[in-house]
Design a protein around this ligand. Sequence first.
Ligand code: FAD
Ligand code: THG
Length: 805
Amino acid sequence: MTPVVRIPRVVVIGSGVVGAAVADELTERGWTDVTVLDRGALFLPGGSSSHAPGLVFQANPSRTMARFASYTVEKLSGLDVDGKWCFNPVGGLEVATTPERLDELHRRHGFLTSVGVESTVLAASDAAALHPLLGEEKILGGLHIPSDGLAKAPRAVEAQARRAISRGARFLGGQRVVEVLRAQGRVTGVRTETDEFGADVVVQCSGFWGPLTGALVGLPTPLLPMAHQYVTTTPLPDLAGRTDPVREASAPILRHQDRDLYFREHGDRIGIGSYAHRPMPVDPADLPAHTSMPSSLDFTPEDFAPSWDDARALLPALNGTEIADGFNGVFSFTADGMPLLGEHPGLRGYWVAEAVWVTHSCGVARAMAQWLVDGHPEFDVHGCDLNRFTEAQRSPAYVAERSARNFVEVYDILHPLDPPASPRPLRVSPFHARQVELGAVFGEAAGWERPLWFEANAALPEVGRIPGRGEWASRWWSPIAGAEALATRERVALYDMTPLTRVEVSGPGACAFLQGLTSGDVDKSVGAVVYTLMLTAAGGVLSDLTVTRLAEDRFQVGANGEVDVDRLRRLAPADVHVADVTAGTCCLGLWGPRARDVLAALTDNDLRFGYFRSRRITVGAVPVTALRVSYVGELGWELYTTADLGLALWDALWAAGQEHGIVAAGRSALTSLRLEKGYRASGLDMSSEDTPSEAGIEFAVKPGTYVGSASVGAPPRRKLVPVLLDDPQHVVMGAEPVYSGDVPVGYVTSAAYGYSIDASIAYAWLPPALAEPGTAVQIEYFGERLPGVTAAEPLFDPEGKRLRT
Ligand code: FAD
Ligand code: THG
């Protein structure tokens, strides 16, 4: 007998571009019992989508976001409402008025190339020729993206809604959700002011109302609603009769990022959006509940005045016009500019898709539908995961400060290592005071202060051996970092590994749980450390972990952030306890050929335990768990203790290390050393889009241990391999496109100079045929093609002798 599988009943809260697209994508996949509820009237319910000018620029430093945008373009291009367009492919033009911006346009061209979106960096005259109001003398050049264009957001809502309805979905206006019904940790439905709807799955697509909707289920939805100014001018004679009224626009959409402005045509008028004004946070609870357009606030002309001057400076034809209409429109910002996608950590079946632009809406909806129906999206969504933040990062104060910052910086030229200015410091390790004394230059990630290098090491003799590099690659870098890397290989160094996420998994079912959850065999003797993977059902790499057996039923898991912790928590059975111990503990990496000499002076314990083994020892007065693991590929240990003893541990090691020339070393050295050894960083070098064999870590999959291991035999679609640049003076940063001849064939993930091998390293994804060692490729960096050659790995100490001494 075939089992009867009931289609889940889905309620979507919100009929903006996101809710409508989710309904469309779900019904396309056979989940046809979908009810979309909106507090407003359909299909102009009054959210951000009801009045968004709909510019779709696909360029984005995040590959996932760029791919979401490309899918939006593709999908909306094929949709209409009664013959009227949903997408108008006028193209996009980002102009440069400063040399720095022109460089940045080259970088953005690189992002686009790496995701397969065609674009060209044009000289000023060619760029100006694309737009009727733009003069060549005003700009230095432009980035032209022919497939960018305008989305008609309300029409995109209607077109997708109609299609979903034709497959069985319902869209109901005038239905404000006021309660989410639940039983035994699962959603069972929602209640509106007038009705009740049963549901197995609820998807919150309520846009900037997210914090209010989330509050119904105790879910902090970490976004900040902010107003953003948009105006329309009076008609321009220059544009009269150029574009037919239905099409609305024919000139490319225009971005003038040096002045935080964007432009589009509305027939013979110009629409101008500005990010130049002060951040204007809005509390959604304060918005009038019963107007038809609660997201459209009164225009504040004084805030727009400088932008109006800047707009007329770029497009002098605007001098003959005035601002005919303006409004302060509300939409969502987040702490890192990425959307919030995923399932509530504590309420099964309650999903969120918030802080999504029109630009990314269809891609996001596709990912959500795949996530719900298939278990995981085709896209790497870890950077969008609702559960990526720590509790402090979800606090209203943090969200407000970071999100407002994001508004200000939305068009700024941001270096990949630029740390956000505030609120800082937030998370510090117990070693922070010592690091400050040693002149640490800090970066920040996941809220943690992380030393990049230490000015105290400026006098190291190795500094003189470190080659220089270009201006961009020199930011947030110092030759001192190179000296720290060499000192690690030649003597011994202390690395603060506290930000590495640590989870204790314990209980009678702990071993079986981890055995079923990961790709490796973790059922080993107490003291064993295993490098293992969490995979999707299709074999995509969600994360790489180290699992240390502390006791028969107690394991320490070294993970890659909050998303991993969330996964462990939500999948753990009742007889397994999952505790994130990161904050209450700390970790020092003591690595280098003299590491044993330093440690031996501080302990009576036998240090003759092997590579990838662990023991409980005392270092001075400090009890530590010592793991013979090294992310830099040297002899040494990760030493873990509780936060209160961290400083004592540091001081003991520091004192004992003096006679061995110990140095404190930072992230910059760590990255260089890990790339010399070919150690992948999960989320950066590989993601759920890649299988272990493609990522070159199939050794971590024990046959038969995990469902995703089926992917191991499959032919790789691409391979992650190191490329060495011919000219070691060039160091790239990551995300650059890789060419074979004139064809873009892949892109860089991580890059660094390898100080011990005197080579500039760039790990890159390449087609299998080009991944063979010795293949010539070129990496495009600021418009230049840098020749390089693929190499066999690991690049340093291929036999791992140094680790095993
Ligand atoms: P919304 O469209 O706001 O939809 C959320 C819906 O949820 C609303 O209809 C609301 O009524 C409903 N709702 C809320 N609470 C409840 C409840 N309790 N019960 C039932 N229903 C509820 N993006 C671009 O990509 N390009 C642009 O050029 C662009 N320009 C913009 C310019 C302005 C001035 C503004 C304001 C935004 C702009 N955006 C742009 C951003 C874009 O408009 C939004 O990010 C996007 O529309 C959000 O879509 P959404 O479906 O998430 O939210
Ligand atoms: N230390 C610990 N846990 C971690 C990390 C860490 N968990 C998350 C992340 N980092 C995992 N990444 C790696 C990557 C490589 C190695 C360890 C953790 C590593 N690999 C060796 C290799 O590839 O040759 C050994 C693998 C093996 O023998 O199985 O050491 O930094 N605690």
